[in-house]
Write a protein that binds this ligand. Structure first.
Ligand SMILES: *Cc1c(COP(=O)(O)O)cnc(C)c1O
Length: 519
């Protein structure tokens, strides 16, 4: 075993890892990266098929990001935001505010608001204006949670204890507050007694939806969906019940377009606008967790078309129908204006831990007062507003809004869509779900019955282990294999990623493809 692997085995405790399994084999020790490729201590190369757990945007070792960091290093790495302002944090805050609702056309220009005539009047003073920096997705959500709670209690009175509502299966991070907002049974059992209660509502998981009357087909279940929006009705019922109890929800918490760690569960077009309108109508603030979906990840091309089809079919959807373009946030793509926007993972292009919680002037103002009123937001971290992170964030946003990046993302989204089609021929592939540059492939015993694998069959883990042997790194969520390549990933690299998944499913789960010569 390599000496670095031995040190790891001796002392490092890995996140979300059964360490007994970990200690059974020599770990891959990463030493360098370039673009979508990671290289280990033995000189072996791998494709980074999940962007290093969903963080990396532009590829590893990017010259522009490296240069921005070097330049900042020449000045200072960190000084505290407790008491002092700094240059890159201020610049980044301003950039984030201007980017929050923005969409980019394929020529890399910022599309103006002409395409959305009602936008200004719809938003009013709810525009995102203020940025609270922290370190990780969990802390970004913790900040949103505390601010929303305190803001609501200030409006409704200190005796009230408003609750939160979020989606079934949701994951919003690992701090105690963020875990409480989530609904993953396994984690709730592990920390039973430590968490506070939040309400869960049905998430629009079309593939396994009991209300979806469409027959199983070899197509994304969202597009063949036949239902009466029962999932939307459930949100309405929950909100109405809370109102009846005299305790409207403080906030509705959601990931726009695609629930990530819940198992890559995409939302049908129009769902988000409907449920957020309902929640807001019942007095709830909107908390958009865009830790995974932010910074262009949800793309635009195909989902733009889906949006258009949907609103043509259903005039009541009131969806914005602008042409396909790239959005920097999922909520903007759905015409939803949240009161809180949590950003992390991709904020620094995946270089450094940094997070931001954006909110409105209205929320900010509720914390203003005489010193002795103690309306201060009592929250902060040692590295809040860190200069290196902010410098990386600025450079990343500059790349993200460049014509070259928008074109590359359009291409990547198409490449992914084209390659993923091959997976439908595998009997163990139940559903292939893609939103922009994120894909989840749900493995089942047989696509006809949709019978799921039990967790302890470790289907996803075994398939991903077989992918490692083919030089492709990713991590499953239960039986869902995630593909989320960095934006610089080439057509040939996408083909290798999907090809490795295809071959690994065949190898591990055994069944032969139903249509020969699909690949
Ligand atoms: C990863 C993730 C988080 C938690 O972020 P960390 O940086 O791991 O704390 C929260 N919400 C979503 C949607 C995520 O994907």
């Amino acid at each position: 075993m390599h000496k670095l692997a031995r040190l790891d085995h001796a002392h490092v405790w890995h996140p979300f890892t059964q360490m007994r399994d970990w200690l059974r084999s020599e770990p891959i020790v990463i030493t360098s990266g370039l673009g979508a490729v990671l290289r280990d201590v033995r000189g072996r190369e791998y494709l980074d098929a999940n962007s290093s757990i969903w963080t990396n945007l532009h590829g590893h070792n990017h010259p522009k990001l490296n240069a921005a960091l070097r330049k900042q290093l020449g000045k200072i790495a960190h000084s505290s935001a407790l008491g002092f302002a700094n240059e890159p944090a201020g610049l980044l805050a301003a950039k984030l505010v201007s980017m929050a609702g923005c969409r980019l056309t394929v020529d890399g220009r910022r599309a103006d608001d002409d395409a959305r005539p009602n936008r200004k009047s719809e938003i009013g003073n709810r525009e995102l204006q203020k940025v609270f920096f922290s370190d990780d997705g969990s802390t970004a959500m913790e900040v949103a949670l505390k601010l929303a709670y305190e803001f609501t209690r200030r409006a409704r009175g200190p005796k009230t204890q408003p609750r939160f509502i979020s989606l079934a299966g949701a994951y919003h991070g690992d701090t105690v507050g963020a875990v409480s907002l989530g609904h993953i049974d396994l984690f709730h059992k592990a920390h039973a007694g430590l968490l506070f209660k939040t309400d869960a509502v049905m998430s629009p998981y079309c593939y396994r939806c009991p209300f979806n009357r469409a027959k199983p087909e070899r197509a994304d279940a969202r597009e063949t969906r036949k239902c009466n929006w029962e999932c939307v009705g459930k949100v309405e019922a929950k909100c109405a019940a809370a109102r009846k109890r005299g305790n409207d929800y403080a906030a509705f918490v959601f990931e726009p377009l695609m629930q990530g760690a819940a198992g890559m569960i995409p939302q049908p077009a129009g769902w988000l606008k409907r449920v957020t309108d309902i929640a807001r109508g019942h007095g709830a603030l909107l908390v958009a967790d865009e830790v995974m979906t932010g910074f262009g990840r949800t793309g635009g091309g195909e989902s733009g078309k889906v949006r258009k089809r949907e609103s043509e079919r259903d005039a009541t959807a009131r969806l914005p129908t602008f042409p396909p373009a790239h959005f920097l946030t999922g909520s903007a793509s759905q015409g939803v204006q949240p009161d809180f926007l949590a950003l992390a993972k991709g904020l620094t292009g995946g270089y450094l831990p940094m997070a931001a919680t954006l909110t409105t002037q209205a929320v900010f103002d509720a914390f203003l007062g005489e010193y002795a009123e103690f309306k201060t937001f009592f929250h902060g971290h040692s590295f809040t507003g860190n200069q290196l992170g902010a410098a990386a964030g600025l450079a990343s946003l500059e790349l993200l809004t460049s014509k070259a990046s928008v074109t590359a993302r359009t291409q990547l989204e198409e490449n992914l869509r084209r390659e993923l089609k091959s997976l439908w021929s595998l009997p163990n592939v139940g559903d292939v779900r893609q939103v922009g540059m994120v894909a989840g492939v749900e493995l089942v015993h047989d696509w006809r019955t949709r019978e799921p694998f039990a967790l302890d069959e470790r289907a996803g883990i075994r398939v991903c282990e077989a992918m490692v042997r083919r030089g492709v790194l990713t991590r499953p969520i239960g039986s869902v294999v995630v593909l989320m390549p960095p934006y610089c990933t080439t057509a040939a690299q996408v083909r290798r990623m999907v090809g490795a998944l295809y071959d690994s499913v065949e190898e591990v789960l055994g069944a032969r493809a139903t249509t020969s010569g699909a690949r």
